[in-house]
Design a protein around this ligand. Structure first.
Ligand SMILES: [Zn+2]
Ligand SMILES: [Zn+2]
Length: 123
């Protein structure tokens, strides 16, 4: 466990029933919202890391036949805590191997500020 307030959630809401996604509030006051299709796309498992390294989205992998065909945008059907540091999702397209640590959640925060900060790092 790190003591970094940037990666320590004070509130985690997984909105399974409404399908809205995940809302996290962090100890440094930052708030993050993730849609389920976005989380599915950014899945941290080895297979998905390889997929992204090839520059492929989930949809492109389906079209190429690397993933089973599934028309709807994926959503989470179940979420379970992994220790105190991560969450694992069962996605509606059958993908269940991604374990999302809070550090990773913070890393992929889709808000404009974080996107801009990440873009800066890559340049
Ligand atoms: Zn994955
Ligand atoms: Zn953010």
């Amino acid at each position: 466990m790190s003591d970094d307030p940037r990666t320590e959630p004070t509130s985690v809401k997984v909105l399974l029933t409404s399908g809205e996604g995940v809302a996290i509030e962090w100890r440094d006051g930052h708030r993050s919202r993730y849609s389920f299709p976005y989380l599915r796309e950014e899945c941290p498992c080895a297979t998905c890391r390889e997929r992204r390294a090839r520059g492929q989205s989930v949809t492109q992998s389906r079209i190429r036949g690397d993933l089973p065909v599934y028309q709807e945008p994926a959503r989470a059907v179940q979420a379970e805590p992994v220790g105190h540091y991560a969450v694992r999702f069962d996605f509606s397209d059958g993908h269940t191997t991604g374990i999302y640590s809070f550090e990773y959640f913070r890393e992929i925060c889709p808000c404009e500020d974080c996107r801009a900060a990440r873009k800066g790092e890559h340049e």
